[in-house]
Design a protein around this ligand. Structure first.
Ligand code: GDP
Ligand code: ZN
Length: 458
């Protein structure tokens, strides 16, 4: 049943002193009235007002908690249904008891993502906005959260809608020709279609280009710090984590996951690989050095190869310089505070001209240059990251790729002179694929799958 009344704890479980229970459905007010005691019955109050009172156990009439209750009437709510939010103050047990009392009144516990699903089904948000809510909950950095917020504000949807309009216009043009072939506008139409497709393709490519950056913002740059024992890998890692602290999002209502191996370098999340291996000082693993590094290399988006400024290049360094060929690498020459013994020219030659950053983790000289280098490497040319729409969702990327392929097929078909109604099919497929990004024409099971990724209460 889609219209029964549902409830869930909407705030993260744990330390927070206030927890909110969200109730949504046509009977939300009546149900809460069964367990709420205040100046007025909630069914009699105005929409979007807050009320003080107590929650009583419906059976024993015992007081469970002191609460503030917010009443929001349909349709001006997130789900477009009647919504009541109960702010509990009495800690975890009181929240659970309140929820339990509520369930006795005929309210059902919401499935994960069910509130957002209702918002979608009731036309309050489109699918890409709903998915942005998922991303927001999982966002690991402020920037990733910003991307998600932008998407939830519908920026991507706006682009997609514009593209779909372009396609419809082109289709209309095509249809005239397919329906009235004697009208002999063939050549003109072909030219027009190819031009329109080129523009559409360009926009699709632009969106797809943002996908790589979107992925980085979402998942972090998998970074491997490699080098011989004692060059300073652990020290660098500590410096990065101390300076930048672990990442926490400060969006109210999102789960505060502190993921230690993530560090935030100038707004870019680095996911430090093999943290455990590098952190341990008396590490057996580090004695196997090179072999271990090779494993880290394979899964890295970024390799920081560390050398020692104060020692001549050694066989193991040279082997590592060989290994990093073909990987996005920054060569970090540590211990700049000590006398120079390393030959920079040799490194330049052996590395095939990779970027070299000399620094001292000890004195912190050059550390900021390394951070800047990482930023430039992954966001070259992106002066203002805040003004971008990022495509960062795998499902969106796949659909955009598909639409792009369809558009390319239209172009090559038209250029090779295939009948225009064939082009029409590809064009419609592109339109369909883009529709799926924003949830128009999406199969039912896909919707269920997407919404089941939500945390409870969202
Ligand atoms: P790892 O084996 O590569 O992880 O190296 P460590 O981070 O454990 O560092 C090895 C030694 O080098 C430690 O005694 C550090 O204090 C020292 N060290 C690290 N960075 C610097 C630096 O920039 N300058 C100097 N002088 N010593 C450093
Ligand atoms: Zn170490």
């Amino acid at each position: 049943m889609e219209n029964d009344t549902i409830a869930a704890i909407a705030t993260a479980m744990g330390e927070s002193s206030i927890a909110i229970i969200r109730v949504s459905g046509s009977d939300a007010l009546t149900c809460v009235d069964h367990i709420y005691q205040g100046k007025n019955k909630l069914t009699t109050v105005l929409s979007h007002t807050v009320h003080y009172g107590h929650i009583l156990d419906p059976d024993t009439k015992e007081k469970i908690d002191e609460v503030l209750v917010t009443v929001m009437l349909a349709p001006r709510t997130f789900t477009r249904e009647n919504v009541v939010e109960i702010s509990c103050h009495g800690g975890l047990i009181a929240v659970e008891q309140t929820l339990g009392a509520l369930l006795k009144t005929g309210v059902r516990l919401a499935e994960p993502g069910e509130f957002t699903k209702r918002a979608f089904l009731n036309g309050r948000i489109d699918l890409s906005q709903a998915e942005a809510v998922i991303d927001l909950i999982r966002a690991k950095t402020d920037k990733a959260a910003k991307v998600a917020i932008r998407q939830s504000e519908g920026k991507l949807s706006t682009h997609i809608r514009a593209l779909r309009n372009d396609i419809v216009e082109t289709l209309a043009h095509l249809a005239v020709n397919v329906d009235y072939p004697e009208y002999d506008a063939d050549i003109l139409t072909s030219q027009y279609v190819v031009e329109r497709c080129q523009a559409i393709n360009q926009e699709l490519e632009r969106l797809l280009l943002t996908a790589r950056q979107g992925k980085i913002l979402r998942e972090g740059i998998a970074t491997a710090i490699i080098g011989r024992p004692n060059v300073g890998k652990s020290s660098l890692m500590n410096a990065l984590t101390q300076e930048n602290k672990a990442i926490v999002t400060d969006i109210p209502g999102t789960t505060r996951d502190v993921i230690e191996e993530y560090v935030n370098v100038r707004g870019i999340p680095l996911k430090l690989l093999d943290t455990a291996g590098i952190r341990e000082t008396e590490d057996i693993v580090e004695q196997i050095g090179v072999q271990r590094s090779e494993e880290a290399l394979r899964s890295a988006d970024l390799v920081l190869l560390m050398l020692n400024h104060s020692e001549k290049l050694q066989t193991e360094d040279i082997r590592l310089l060989e290994k990093i060929k073909g990987f996005p690498t920054i060569i970090v020459i540590n211990k700049l505070d000590l006398p120079k013994r390393i030959d920079y020219e040799e490194i330049r030659q052996r590395s095939g001209g990779k970027q070299i950053i000399p620094l001292s983790v000890k004195t912190e000289e050059g550390l900021s240059l390394l951070e800047e280098a990482i930023k430039v490497m992954f966001f070259a040319g992106q002066v203002d990251m805040n003004d971008q729409t990022y495509v960062s969702n795998a499902r969106h990327i796949q659909l955009l790729e598909q639409a792009k392929q369809n558009i390319l097929d239209v172009m090559s078909g038209v250029e090779q002179g295939v009948p225009l109604d064939m082009a029409e099919i590809d064009m419609k497929n592109a339109w369909q694929a883009l529709g799926e990004v924003i949830g128009e024409a999406v199969a039912e099971d896909l919707i269920d799958q997407i919404f089941s990724q939500f945390c409870l209460g969202k």
